[in-house]
Design a protein around this ligand. Structure first.
Ligand code: TXA
Ligand code: MG
Length: 320
């Protein structure tokens, strides 16, 4: 079989055998491995070049499966899950005794999410029927780089590793949300957002009936390092198109006209659209060999907060 497939049963076979498979989710593509197989989990770190102390998110088929990984879920955590799972939400809670240290980076908490993507759901349901109760799935990119939102992005980045190790890429088309899940800490008395995403702060307080707490110094969320989500090109955040040099790339809302000589990379219609096209646009800038990508940051709330977060991180990198 080739590297890329739409065959969910074939993907389940590969994962159940302890090999890696990139999978579509509604947020970004993940590089999946059986979360109970230490060698498979270690292979995920090797494939990505990811430091071993960066914990992974466990993906499960149903909300009721979360209890196998997290203990002491607060009542408000259950309300949050009832409202927004399956969906672009990850909860970080106290881990149960059986969770591998390879998954949590040795921390006493574990991150779990229930993806809404129909193909991811079908795959996880098939795996559960075969005794595989969760898969780890970090974004399917080399460490520090832009997350993939299409199967071809995964192939371009991790294709050689997956081919050499009999892995697969399950092709579910373009990811409908386009940026990573919201991460919420559920260990305390109120929700704390560790990474903004498609489930917004307003949605979290409405679902839980609680105000949001501020992030503690621990647990660390290593994936939120500055300089993450960076393309090769230098990313520059600008208020308008006044000073964009000729030959630079531009990401801006559709109503903004492209100055002469500037390369338009994306023209999103609204904030949801901005999230969906952002990573594709950054990759396109690299494909064209641009040295700079200018982005007009969206200023509304909602998912625009998450878009701003990713743009700021991309801009804080010096490029490669
Ligand atoms: O949307 C998503 O969440 C995607 C798709 C594939 O599901 N996955 C994803 O995984 O973004 P990754 O590995 O790229 O990012 C996981 C983030 C990292 O920032 C990591 O530090 C954080 O989750 N994380 C995982 N376990 C944690 C824990 N126990 N405490 C705090 N942060 C944790
Ligand atoms: Mg990532």
């Amino acid at each position: 079989m080739g590297l890329v497939t739409t065959d969910v049963a074939a993907a389940a076979d590969v994962l159940a055998a302890g090999r890696l498979c990139a999978i579509p989710t509604e947020t970004v593509y993940g590089l999946a491995a059986n979360a109970d197989d230490p060698a498979a989990v270690r292979a995920v770190f090797e494939a990505k070049g990811r430091p071993a102390d960066h914990p992974l998110i466990v993906h499960v088929a149903e909300v009721r499966d979360i209890g196998r990984w997290i203990i002491n879920m607060p009542e408000w955590g259950n309300r949050l899950l009832a409202a927004h799972a399956p969906g672009p939400l990850t909860v970080v809670g106290r881990r149960t005794a059986g969770v591998l240290d390879e998954v949590t980076g040795g921390q006493d908490t574990v991150a779990v999410r229930v993806p809404a993507h129909p193909m991811a759901h079908a795959l996880l349901a098939q795996l559960r029927a075969r005794g595989v109760f969760g898969v780890v799935a970090p974004s399917a990119n080399t460490f520090g780089r832009v997350s993939p939102t299409r199967a071809e992005h995964v192939v371009a980045d991790l294709g050689p590793y997956l081919t050499a190790h009999q892995g697969l890429v399950l092709d579910g088309g373009a990811c409908p949300i386009g940026i990573e899940s919201t991460i919420v800490l559920v260990t305390g008395s109120q929700p704390v957002v560790l990474r903004p995403g498609g489930v917004t702060e307003k949605m979290i307080s409405e679902a839980t009936g609680l105000p949001l707490g501020s992030a503690p110094a621990t647990p660390r969320v290593p994936g939120t390092l500055e300089a993450h989500y960076a393309p090769q090109a230098r990313v520059v955040l600008v208020p308008d198109v006044a000073d964009i040099p000729v030959g630079a790339g531009l990401i801006a809302y559709a109503e903004t006209a492209t100055p002469l000589g500037v390369v338009r990379l994306a023209s999103p219609a609204n904030a949801d659209d901005y999230a969906r096209v952002l990573y594709q646009a950054l990759r396109e800038g690299d494909r064209l060999g641009l040295s700079e990508i200018h982005a007009i940051i969206p200023d509304e709330g909602g998912i625009a907060d998450a878009v701003r977060d990713r743009l700021k991180r991309a801009a804080s990198s010096m490029g490669a």
